[in-house]
Structure formats: C-alpha cells, structure tokens
Design a protein around this ligand. Structure first.
Ligand SMILES: Cc1cc2nc3c(=O)[nH]c(=O)nc-3n(C[C@H](O)[C@H](O)[C@H](O)COP(=O)(O)O)c2cc1C
Length: 331
C-alpha cells in the first residue's frame, strides 16, 4: 500500500487540516452516487451499504463534502446538548504499521443549537440517509443521562432518518456503566417513552451503539433489555478500551482500526447468533476495523445490513468509497 501524503503529518495536524481538504473537494465536486448492493429499511433507501461512522462529522459541517465521495449514508455527531471541549492532553494518535488509531476525545462538539442551525439549512431530501448520534455532556450524571439523549432526539427529530444512542464511548467517564444490568432499562425506557409521545412520522428509528469490550453475559443482557425497550437496531461496535495496547497506545482512550477488526467481528457474530429470529426488522450495522474492500464485503456476507468506516478514511482517504464500489462492481 502506498502511504498517503497526509500520513506524513502528525495525527493532530492531519486531524486539523482534514476539514479544509474536505471542504475543497465538496466545493468543486458534486454529489457522487455510487450504486451497489442497494438496501431498503423502514422506507429509508440506501444506494450502497457503506457509510461513515460517528465522530467523523461531529457538528454537521461537512455533509455536502462527504456526499461528493459517494458514501451510502452518513452518521453525524456525537452531539451533546451543550457545547463542550475535548478532554485535556493528547486526544488522537495513530500507528501506521499496525493500521491502528487511538483517541481520547470525549465528545468535543458545538452543542445541539449550532448543530441544528447548520442542518436545518440543508435541502431535503438528503443525498443519502443521515443518522444522528446523540450523547450526554460529561457533567450530566448517569442518573439524568436519559434527559440529554431525549433532548438530542427532540431537538433534531426533523433532521434525522435515525438516531444512534451512544453510551459506548470509553472517553466519557462512567458512560459505559449505563450498560450495566442495574442501569440499562432505567436509562433506555424513558427515551422510548418520550419517542412514543411524538406523532407517528416523528418517531424515528433508534439504534444502540455497543462496545467491543462487553462480556458474553453483558452482550446477552444488552440485546434483551434493548429489545424490550423497543430498539430498532444496533451498531457493533465502538472503539475498544482494551485492544491494541501492544502498539504503544496509552491505557486510557479507545483504539480503532486494524487492532479492532477481530473484536468487532466477534461481537457481530455473537450478536447475530443470540438474536436469531429477534433480528427480524431490526437494523444491524457493523463498524470497527473495516480497513479493506474485502472486509466490507465480509461483514455484509456475515449478515450486517450496513457497514461503517472511520479509521479506513484516515489511512486510505475518502476515495475509499469509490474503491469499494469499483470492487463491488467487478465481483
Ligand atoms: C478520532 C475518533 C473519534 C471518534 N468519535 C466518535 C464519536 O464522537 N461518536 C461515536 O459514536 N464514535 C466515535 N468514534 C468511533 C467510530 O465511530 C467507530 O465506531 C470506531 O472508530 C471503529 O471503527 P473504525 O475501526 O472504522 O475506526 C470515533 C473514532 C475515532 C477514531
């Protein structure tokens, strides 16, 4: 593989400059439609099943820019009710040899109001489906966390094709505790009760994004409790708080990219086996260590409806969507 030019920059510098390069492309190139393995779910049409993951466009600043590269869908966010800064200190790193990325961002974002201002300016229908990933502010307690997610949903309900409930980031202290047996239904139920009070057309599908670090017992419980609450699907998975440390990444934070491939694949396999017939009508999205076109096709063949990438965009660039589409055509 030829090393992309931006990989000669420091991870922080590349992260800062990427939006400029994106904006440039989006300004000069129109929306690109890449049609392969089209998919329909709850009246939402996907031209292709390969989308961008949460965290790539946290503030809804780059939809048009991303559309110029041909993804099948976008996931925006994580957005929290109030704007907040990144965690202090180093927040991103990468290891070229291991094709791994490490981050400790902690939901830096401009908050719901600015997110909404931007997205409401866009013409509908969108060029692709848009998922919005919602989170809680770091100073909101876990007991009150559901209120932050409800605020996200209510504020943005007119702009999302589906919502992603993100409690799987390892970078907001205690956030993953919401998955615990004692907490999960008390957290999820009020969100679904709030959704049920909306008009039928505003009751948008809700997906839950899981961690790759759950034990089998936790995974079983999460799937059951979320099904009981009324979940519409799941994303397997977020970054890992355990994988990839042999590549020199710090103990805290989350690792993505190739060191995550096996973990997120295993989570998908286990979940599909446990869900069996409960899977009917639910959306299964695979994210985590999908770095090559072959890995995209593999996850789809394993049973994912959709797949998402973040780290592949860091190492391969946004041309990845076209590369995958070309290979899909020639299969
Ligand atoms: C720098 C960075 C920031 C991220 N921010 C978010 C985020 O805000 N919300 C979220 O749900 N996931 C976030 N993620 C996780 C990704 O959405 C994705 O689930 C994870 O990186 C695994 O996919 P990958 O191996 O293709 O990168 C982030 C990942 C990275 C590398």
């Amino acid at each position: 593989m030829v090393k992309k030019p931006w990989l000669y920059l420091s991870p922080e510098m590349a992260y800062k400059l990427a939006p400029l390069a994106l904006k440039f492309h989006g300004t000069f190139y129109p929306t690109k439609k890449l049609r392969w393995q089209p998919f329909e779910w709850k009246g939402i049409h996907f031209d292709n099943p390969l989308g961008i993951s949460g965290g790539v466009d946290k503030n809804a600043e780059h939809l048009k820019d991303w559309w110029s590269y041909g993804p099948g869908f976008l996931e925006l966010g994580t957005v929290t009710p109030k704007a907040q800064q990144a965690n202090p200190g180093k927040i991103i790193d990468r290891n070229q040899d291991a094709m791994g990325v490490w981050n400790k961002m902690g939901f830096p974002n401009q908050g719901l109001a600015r997110f909404r201002k931007r997205i409401e300016k866009l013409n509908r229908p969108y060029a692709t489906p848009v998922f919005i990933n919602v989170g809680k502010n770091r100073n909101t307690s876990n007991e009150n966390a559901h209120n932050d997610y409800i605020r996200g949903m209510l504020e943005l309900v007119d702009f999302a094709d589906a919502f992603v409930i993100n409690i799987s980031s390892p970078n907001t202290k205690g956030l993953r505790d919401l998955f615990n047996k004692e907490s999960l239904s008390a957290f999820l139920n009020p969100i679904f009760e709030a959704r049920a009070e909306l008009s039928e057309s505003s009751q948008k599908p809700m997906l839950l994004k899981l961690s790759p670090d759950h034990t089998d017992e936790q995974l079983d419980n999460i799937l059951q409790v979320s099904l009981d609450a009324g979940i519409d699907g799941w994303i397997f998975t977020n970054t890992s708080a355990t994988a990839g440390r042999q590549h020199g990444f710090p103990q805290e934070g989350g690792v993505s990219g190739a060191p995550l491939t096996e973990l997120s694949k295993t989570a998908l396999v286990k979940a599909l086996a446990r869900l069996a017939s409960d899977r009917e009508g639910k959306l299964i999205v695979s994210s985590g260590g999908i770095m090559t076109p072959e890995q995209v096709f593999e996850r789809l063949e394993m049973g994912a409806d959709l797949v998402q990438v973040y780290s592949a965009l860091i190492f391969e660039g946004p041309g990845f969507f076209e590369t995958v589409a070309r290979q899909a055509e020639s299969r």
